[in-house]
Design a protein around this ligand. Structure first.
Ligand SMILES: [Zn+2]
Length: 314
């Protein structure tokens, strides 16, 4: 009897620990998702990366949005699409990967949130450890009306909501666009981000960058910089002064997601690039991602459906 009970107990604890492994990220996974700290991204050497080295490319993903296909009931379709994207990432070996928000469909206060975060962590921990994985917060990650609490929950799982980093002579700024869209629940966060951004853009080092890029979840605009306010853009009240500030700092391009299809526009010389979803599409563009080639004097970028990705990148 004692023996049977011991075997049963051992079997139960083995089962429990395997469940734990499926649900919870390991310490190593944790470290990968805690790189955005102290308003920078630790995987990149802050000193060395300020110098231009050679042309490179990175991959921009958006809206993995685990749970969207089934209204938070299942994660199978997103899992399949993300695993397909990750296989491309590991084959192509970009300089870095950035996921521009709506990592999950549930918001932090919803019941299915932690399970979706766990699945995201589990899948994206398979990205080659040599390839930095930068995560950006979207409206689903911190809510349509973000608060200090929802931002703290995001921070616990993915790190800072806004930060900057250098890669090979290029300066990159990641913004929390949900507070730009609706600051009413966290006006102090919008103010701190604004003060911080001003310092970042005025830093004499920024002027020496080959390019300055901005990454965020919401597009500033879809096609024209003065288009009327709507669900998918930043309200003119905050959009107009921010665009002026970015253009004055020679920002070359803003990269976003949120629209679940591609869109493109310009404000002066600055490109506004909206990228379709890895997860569920809302238009004719299939699930996919963007490849951005960075040269000393310019950039080239193209969106690829997951079934249409080249074998390698020149
Ligand atoms: Zn969104």
């Amino acid at each position: 009897m004692y023996l049977v009970r011991t075997i049963l107990l051992t079997a139960c604890s083995l089962f429990a620990s395997s469940l734990l492994h499926a649900e919870e990220p390991t310490g190593k996974v944790d470290a990968r998702f805690k790189q955005a700290k102290d308003r920078t991204f630790r995987a990149f050497d802050a000193e060395k990366e300020q110098t231009w080295q050679q042309p490179f490319f990175f991959m921009q993903l958006a809206d993995t949005q685990y749970g969207m296909f089934t209204g938070n009931k299942g994660l199978e379709k997103e899992k399949e699409l993300c695993q397909q994207a990750i296989a491309h990432i590991n084959r192509l070996k970009p300089r870095f990967v950035i996921v521009c928000g709506d990592l999950t469909n549930a918001t932090p206060e919803q019941a299915r949130y932690q399970a979706q975060v766990a699945q995201y962590h589990q899948d994206f921990s398979k990205v080659d450890p040599e390839i930095p994985l930068v995560c950006v917060c979207g409206n689903h990650d911190i809510g349509n009306r973000p608060t200090a609490k929802s931002i703290a929950q995001y921070d616990a799982n993915f790190g800072d909501d806004y930060f900057s980093f250098w890669v090979g002579g290029v300066f990159n700024v990641v913004l929390n666009s949900s507070v730009l869209r609706d600051p009413s629940g966290a006006p102090e966060v919008l103010q701190s981000q604004q003060d911080w951004l001003e310092k970042q853009l005025q830093n004499p080092q920024t002027e020496k960058a080959k390019h300055v890029f901005v990454f965020q979840h919401h597009p500033m605009f879809l096609e024209t910089d003065d288009e009327p306010d709507q669900y998918f853009n930043i309200p003119l009240e905050r959009r107009t002064p921010l665009l002026a500030q970015l253009k004055a700092a020679n920002v070359r391009a803003v990269f976003a997601g949120h629209y679940h299809r591609n869109a493109y526009g310009r404000s002066g010389a600055m490109e506004m690039i909206t990228t379709g979803p890895v997860g569920r599409p809302l238009g004719k563009d299939p699930s996919g991602f963007r490849i951005v080639k960075v040269q000393e004097d310019g950039i080239e970028h193209q969106y690829y459906g997951l079934d249409d990705v080249p074998e390698s990148i020149e």
